[in-house]
Design a protein around this ligand. Structure first.
Ligand code: PLP
Length: 374
């Protein structure tokens, strides 16, 4: 008999979600606007603090697309992007006819290397191709080097698009991730720390920018009684039905973060005597939501042996993100590398990390890993 499936990261409802969804039906707000959308945006603004304005959208990818457009990215431009991330961080660069330039990671947070970022900017300026934006990512919920990246961005006057898709609930010096970019984005896809089944948000301190995002996300209708358009628009707004799920999820976000961090601590404590394995600690002042708990093995073969052994026990695990400069779809892109993300990809594995995992399931994961390594 196959043991029951242990998922990498599955949706975890809090209980109130259906009430808000019912409310949408009862009031017939079954549309991409309405009270749930407004309340969901308010709840996110309150969570993030820092006088931010939020636009709820249909996905995190849509938010990146709109965010880059708002930052002035257009055809032929170059955009710097962390290579160690999910492809959705960079795909919108191509939607806009712009070119990604990939930057490798550093080892303290696994995110964009400030040294290589500076190198990349100086190189592109030398070639008269000053980048239009920097896409920095808080991968697996760990904040990137906020101060270093910001000071380089400011020195060269290049705006930051902060990809916080994996980092709702994370912070640096007590300040929430999502608020550090000129534009920040969140994702509520099904596997994220909270979900609306599919959805995203754009975050900015600039109210006019937020309003422009909503304008573009709702087909860019000019102020006229008929349908009048002077811009290319998108259909990117969040459904009021799905925002109902989001309202319920925001009520339990703190619990979800605590549960994911507890998973990480459990793996760390249970596997600390395994000398072949290592973990990514939080640097001082960094707070990660530990969206996914990741381990590093010593080599590709060990990572694969572990992954296959887990699979045999019907336990889902996943290699760390394959760096984008190594992806076929981005093979012609410029990149500034020192090998860090490639090594992480080869040696790293994401373990089951859902906030709804039972102790029995967590024990199964640890037992399987220990059996392989003993
Ligand atoms: C999930 C994710 C996205 C895209 O969000 P969607 O809501 O799935 O479109 C973007 N960047 C990163 C790093 C992600 O993990």
């Amino acid at each position: 008999m196959t043991p029951t499936k242990v998922w990498l990261s599955s949706p975890h409802m809090g209980g109130e979600e259906l009430n808000y969804v019912h409310e949408a039906f009862d009031t017939n707000w079954v549309a991409p606007l309405g009270p749930n959308v407004d309340a969901f945006e308010k709840a996110i603004e309150q969570e993030l603090g820092k006088e931010v304005h939020v636009a709820a959208l249909s996905s995190g990818t849509a938010a990146i697309h709109l965010g880059l457009e708002l930052l002035g990215v257009g055809p032929g431009d170059e955009v710097l992007c962390q290579s160690f991330t999910f492809s959705a961080s960079a795909n919108p660069i191509l939607y806009l006819g712009a070119h990604p330039v990939f930057v490798d990671s550093e080892e303290d947070t696994w995110n964009m290397s400030p040294t290589l970022l500076r190198e990349a900017i100086e190189d592109r300026i030398k070639h008269h191709r000053k980048p239009k934006a920097i896409i920095a990512v808080h991968l697996y919920g760990m904040p990137y080097k906020i101060e270093e990246i910001r000071s380089i961005a400011d020195a060269f006057e290049i705006p930051i698009l902060e990809d916080s898709a994996e980092a709702l609930g994370s912070s640096f010096r007590g300040i929430s991730c999502g608020t550090f970019g000129d534009v920040g984005i969140l994702s509520f896809n099904g596997n994220k720390i909270i979900t609306t089944s599919g959805g995203g948000a754009l975050v900015t301190k600039n109210k006019a920018l937020r309003d422009k995002a909503v304008f573009l996300a709702t087909q860019a209708r000019d102020d006229a009684p008929h349908y009048q358009h002077s811009h290319v628009g998108y259909n990117y707004r969040m459904s009021n039905v799905l925002a109902g799920i989001g309202r319920g999820q925001m009520e339990v976000l703190t619990k979800r973060v605590a549960a994911r961090r507890k998973n990480y601590d459990f793996y760390l404590n249970s596997l600390s005597s395994q000398t072949e394995l290592s973990f990514l600690p939080e640097p001082k002042d960094f707070f990660s939501n530990r969206w996914l708990s990741c381990i590093l093995t010593t080599c590709y073969d060990m990572r694969e042996t572990l992954r296959m052994a887990l699979l045999e026990q019907n336990i889902e695990s996943r290699p760390l993100w394959k760096p984008l400069h190594l992806q076929p779809v981005f093979k012609d892109s410029k990149h500034f590398m020192d090998g860090t993300s490639k090594a992480l990809f080869e040696k790293g594995l994401c373990l089951p990390s859902g906030s709804n995992l039972s102790q029995e399931e967590l024990d199964r994961v640890v037992e399987t890993i220990k059996n392989v390594l003993s």
